[in-house]
Write a new protein. Structure first.
Length: 95
């Protein structure tokens, strides 16, 4: 999972999350479930009080784009609250 910051204009910026898994395997039962990106985006927007959107890309899969530079906050949120990714798989660029 790659977390980047892209400069817009002036002090404005985007935080972009790419490389999220589309499916997750449950450890006990072994079932695979689809990841609900809408719920993750809704929770991120509510937690960090910012706006964001989902972009479906052929090469990178689902891209989460949020306003502001909140790279470290998003990394801790994805590791602790969603448990979809581990600390080893998250890469924060430019910090």
């Amino acid at each position: 999972v790659h977390i980047r910051m892209q400069q817009r204009n002036g002090r404005k910026s985007w935080t972009i999350v790419t490389g999220m898994p589309n499916e997750v395997k449950l450890p006990k039962s072994g079932r695979t479930l689809e990841v609900d990106f809408d719920k993750i985006l809704r929770s991120l927007k509510k937690t960090f009080k910012t706006n964001g959107l989902l972009i479906h890309n052929e090469d990178h899969g689902m891209i989460i784009q949020l306003q502001g530079d909140i790279r470290k906050d998003i990394a801790t949120f994805l590791i602790e609250h969603t448990a979809l990714v581990t600390k080893d798989t998250v890469m924060i660029h430019g910090s």
